[in-house]
Ligand binder design. Sequence first.
Ligand SMILES: [Zn+2]
Length: 77
Amino acid sequence: MKHYTREELDCYRNGDMNLFSRIICSEHLKFCRSCHKLLDSLKEDDALLDELRGKLDRLKQAAGEANKLNRFPENDC
Ligand SMILES: [Zn+2]
């Protein structure tokens, strides 16, 4: 019995796997702890990425605000 790689599990959860493979994979995940753990770690990566993306957006927003303030300071008078 072969185990799934990160890439394969990524395809599985993103729906990039064909139906037949998906069924086999979901059956495998029902009883394979190590693949299940790997799938969970992918989800954690997602959460981390989302968090980072959120922080980046806020930084960009803050930078945009700062830019607006600095661009035409002479117009404020
Ligand atoms: Zn496995």
